[in-house]
Design a protein around this ligand. Sequence first.
Ligand code: PRP
Length: 183
Amino acid sequence: MPHRPYVIDKLISAKTIAARIEDLAREIETSYAGCERLIVVGLLRGSFVFIADLVREIDMNIEVDFLEASSYGDSTESSKEVRILKDLRGKIGGKDVLLVEDIVDTGFTLKHVTALLESRKPRQLKTIALLDKPSRREVDIKANWTGFEIPDEFVVGYGIDFAQRNRNLPFIGKVRFTDEDPC
Ligand code: PRP
């Protein structure tokens, strides 16, 4: 897919993300205290870096599973139709579950996926998103935990892509197009 030229400006450093994840992990341990096992579900593809760092900070008996959903494809606009491309391997009925998202934008993905998981009757389902863009919300939903609230910028890195590129950046950056007329 051809693109306008762009550069990436650092928005949230790897160090800041790591510190926030430590705090979130402590809150999650407290919230799920007494649970025999926590099923941590990563929503692919964007959450793969976040979930890897998050589970290594949570001192609990953890099982990891993945669900793949897509509403953007290679586009920058939500299709508002969330497609499940890969379902969970395990059953979550009666279990303690944490759904891990990279970013909540319009909210369609989180709403659709939480409804799907709730229909399987977990004992409890909570959600965490590394990033939240509340100004973009089109449906009324918020994750139980949010790493950072951000303005309406096009962000990449730490698992998040721009047309499948830049997921491997260790920090969150914002895209700045370099062919914009400065006037
Ligand atoms: C992105 C992102 C979230 C979702 C958030 O997924 O990873 O899952 O969009 O947007 P929303 O709140 O407007 O629904 P995408 O469909 O791009 O798939 P990906 O995770 O594979 O990049």
